[in-house]
Design a protein around this ligand. Structure first.
Ligand SMILES: Cc1cc2nc3c(=O)[nH]c(=O)nc-3n(C[C@H](O)[C@H](O)[C@H](O)COP(=O)(O)O)c2cc1C
Length: 275
């Protein structure tokens, strides 16, 4: 076979195929939103995977990947006690788990808070040297940050802290009693102010969008569910009560943790207290 024949048989079809895939991708990337549906229905439809969408996604301009770890330089650090690996069986925890909204006035200990944070997002392994966490994450991209509104924890002053997962420590971002503010932000659900600690789960959407596009938004909410379930089960194992909370005024919670509500937004709360 001479060179001209090789070009005709292999190169031209390959170039044509590339042009075809590229054009199809460009077209698919420009899918128009369908009219006449509610925002929720559109969210689901427009983040549904189709082969056309998957190919189109390759051609979409995606946001840049934000840093994997949020840090608060200069913040007061609180080293958390090492988590333990003991307790009731997972079967018992599943059987006993209930949403609990009434708590005693007894504080939780720092060790208990440490254990809850570890269950929520603690580092449990490594892949290619990078930390893996206690809950699964699409592409191991970990878009969720955790903050805690500390109301009544032994040995820890009241305030709002950010969980720095790599060193298993807390960074103090605001000092003071935020029980009234978190209750107000949570549509006056009183357990939020009475809880010893309220977890705020926020999402940095671009951490997952830079790879999965708009589909990534779905993954973020799924991941929040994984985290909250771990908090539920860990609380049961520690003999504590807890409840997850989806009803809150977004803007108020975002303001509490000083995030913009777009690039990073609060997506789920979880209150924990003693029985
Ligand atoms: C996504 C989600 C949002 C929720 N939001 C609230 C809430 O805002 N306030 C509340 O008291 N309970 C909330 N719950 C807890 C449910 O009310 C509770 O899980 C349900 O009544 C079943 O009871 P159980 O958890 O004890 O099995 C929420 C649960 C989920 C999964």
């Amino acid at each position: 076979m001479n060179n001209q024949q090789k070009i005709r048989i292999f190169v031209i079809p390959a170039v044509l195929l590339l042009v075809l895939v590229y054009s199809y991708g460009q077209l698919a990337a420009k899918q128009k939103p369908r009219k006449g549906f509610s925002i929720g229905e559109r969210f689901h439809q427009e983040t549904s995977l189709t082969w056309r969408g998957v190919i189109g996604n390759l051609f979409l301009t995606k946001p840049k990947k934000p840093p994997q770890y949020k840090t608060y330089p200069g913040a007061k650090l609180v080293k958390l006690p090492k988590p333990k690996y003991q307790g009731i069986t997972v079967e018992e925890a599943i059987e006993k788990r209930r949403s609990v909204r009434n708590y005693s006035t007894r504080p939780i200990s720092l060790l208990e808070l440490s254990q809850l944070l570890f269950a929520a997002q603690g580092v449990t392994g490594r892949m290619y040297g990078e930390p893996l966490r206690s809950t699964p994450s699409a592409g191991a991209l970990y878009p969720i940050e955790i903050y805690v509104v500390v109301n009544n924890v032994q040995g820890l002053s009241q305030g709002i802290y950010h969980y720095a997962i790599r060193n298993h420590e807390l960074e103090l971002i605001k000092s003071g009693d935020f029980s009234a503010k978190i209750t107000d932000a949570g549509l006056e659900q009183e357990m939020l102010g009475e809880a010893d600690v309220t977890f705020i789960l926020s999402a940095i959407f671009d951490r997952i969008r830079h790879k999965y596009g708009e589909r990534g938004f779905r993954y973020v909410y799924m991941e929040a569910g994984h985290i909250s379930q771990n908090i539920y089960l860990q609380a049961v194992s520690l003999g504590l009560g807890s409840v997850s909370v989806g009803a809150f005024i977004d803007e108020k919670v975002n303001q509490l943790i000083s995030i913009d509500g777009y690039k990073e937004a609060a997506i789920y709360l979880h209150a924990v207290g003693t029985l």
